[in-house]
Design a protein around this ligand. Structure first.
Ligand code: AMP
Length: 443
């Protein structure tokens, strides 16, 4: 004998309801559809840049062994000291959510035998990175970067090409008033002497330094120059400058970089305090920002020792990264862009059988690549027509009970306020004809 309804009630599943809704982790915002359209536009510009300059896309895992960053990014860098999200797997491995791309790309370069490819090897990537920091404007814990790396050449032309690519990307995205800040931090031959003098200088000024800088002085004196605190600014101005300590090779390299920048008409200033807190940089370091805003849009530099540090053969390299959220924010603020692709047809169904038929018509329209919108959840014709009107769709296909039984549809021209009955089989053909006459691309 079948169960009676009251048996269902007896066995009803008890669901535990949360008292309040959950929120995304701090500094890790959701990316909603409209913003994703804008991101896609940015990615398209990145891809076009990559294709033109011959970069291949590389995807590395979001998680890597923590020691990759300890070794690559450097144990005294802020990223490793304070900003890494690490976790222990059930098997006991210690992994980190990538806080940047470069060490991962070098790991992949070595692991996949790319060092045997013809040089330079040009790679680009795009994806989320994670840093544990205090969220604020333009600063998140999960943010996206696009990243370009050129491996296997020490030629300064590639330093400038990297800068040029980022500059072009920002220009393509119509971001105006850009300024390139550039500096050199020398190599293993000349940097130690500067570093020693820098340390001595800041030691002599120790009592005026902020607490963070006092600590930086012990771990990585270069990073004292990164300090943004007002109280440390005048001390930085007087500090020894790397440019006065460069070895002949680094001096020549930097001179050539500046000459190339000049000849390309790229707007730059030398910022002697730009050191970019990571341990692996050598020679050129750069950042690009807007002249009317202090926030960096992208940054990078040369890292001639990193491949060797991660177990490969000595391979000079240069690269950089741009922060996608900061680009999104700027574009949203300064430009009005219509991102939605407008549907060309609106499909309306009234009743159960018409809905069934409409699903079939929807598939026919998809195969014909005629971009079609619907609002099947609305039962009333009026509400659906209102929706079509809102989307500014010229052609509406209506399937009512009668049409579903006859295998016909009503084709309504919203602009002319006319409508006619068309055979269901012919609807795609008819729409194609009309859209062609109107000179409208179907997708
Ligand atoms: P970096 O890897 O620190 O050189 O950063 C490269 C670019 O990523 C910066 O110029 C920013 O545009 C972006 N960026 C860095 N940190 C953050 C963050 N916490 N939130 C959003 N964007 C960031």
């Amino acid at each position: 004998m079948g169960r009676r309804p009251k048996d269902y009630m007896k066995n009803k599943i008890k669901r535990v309801k949360m008292k309040s809704i959950l929120r995304a982790p701090k500094g890790m915002p959701d990316i909603l559809p409209e913003e994703n359209l804008l991101r896609r536009k940015i990615f398209k510009a990145v891809e076009e840049m990559a294709n033109f300059y011959g970069f291949g896309q590389i995807e590395t895992p979001i998680l890597e062994e923590t020691k990759l960053f300890l070794h690559g990014t450097g144990p005294t860098s802020e990223i490793v000291q304070k900003q890494m999200f690490t976790l222990k797997t059930p098997g006991g491995d210690i992994l980190a959510l990538r806080p940047e791309f470069t060490p991962n790309i070098i790991r992949a370069y070595l692991e996949n035998g790319m060092s045997n490819w013809s040089k330079p090897v040009k790679l680009f990537s795009w994806g989320p990175v994670f840093r544990y920091e205090q969220p604020q404007r333009g600063r998140y814990r999960q943010f996206w970067q696009c990243n370009f790396e050129i491996l296997g050449s020490s030629d300064p032309i590639y330093d400038v090409l990297t800068i040029q690519i980022f500059y072009n990307l920002l220009t393509e995205l119509k971001i105006k008033n850009l300024l390139i800040e550039i500096n050199t931090i020398g190599c293993d031959n000349c940097r130690p002497i500067w570093q020693k003098n820098l340390k001595n200088y800041f030691h002599s000024k120790q009592k005026f330094l902020c607490l963070d800088c006092k600590n930086r002085l012990k771990t990585n004196p270069l990073r004292t120059l990164d300090c943004k605190k007002e109280s440390c600014q005048s001390l930085k101005e007087e500090a020894p400058k790397m440019i006065d300590y460069l070895c002949p090779e680094c001096r020549k390299h930097f001179k050539q970089v500046l000459e190339f920048l000049e000849s390309m008409g790229l707007p730059y200033v030398i910022n002697h305090n730009l050191v970019r807190g990571l341990d692996y940089y050598t020679k050129t370091v750069f950042e690009i920002r807007k002249t009317d805003d202090n926030i960096a849009l992208c940054g990078g530099g040369r890292y001639d020792y990193l491949v060797e540090m991660l177990g490969g053969k000595s391979t000079p390299a240069v690269g950089g990264a741009a922060g996608v959220e900061r680009l999104v924010e700027l574009i949203k603020k300064s430009q009005k862009i219509d991102l939605f692709v407008k549907p060309k047809v609106f499909l309306i169904a009234i009743g159960e059988l018409p809905k069934q038929k409409s699903l079939k018509y929807l598939e026919l329209l998809r195969k014909a690549k005629i971009y079609t919108a619907e609002s099947f959840a609305h039962e009333s014709l009026k509400a659906q027509l209102r929706q079509a009107d809102k989307l500014e769709v010229r052609y509406v296909v209506i399937v009512g009970q009668k049409e579903a039984l006859d295998d016909t549809v009503i084709l309504r021209d919203m602009k002319a306020s006319t409508q006619e009955v068309v055979s269901g089989e012919k609807i795609v053909e008819e729409l194609k004809k009309r859209l062609k006459n109107d000179n409208i691309n179907i997708i």
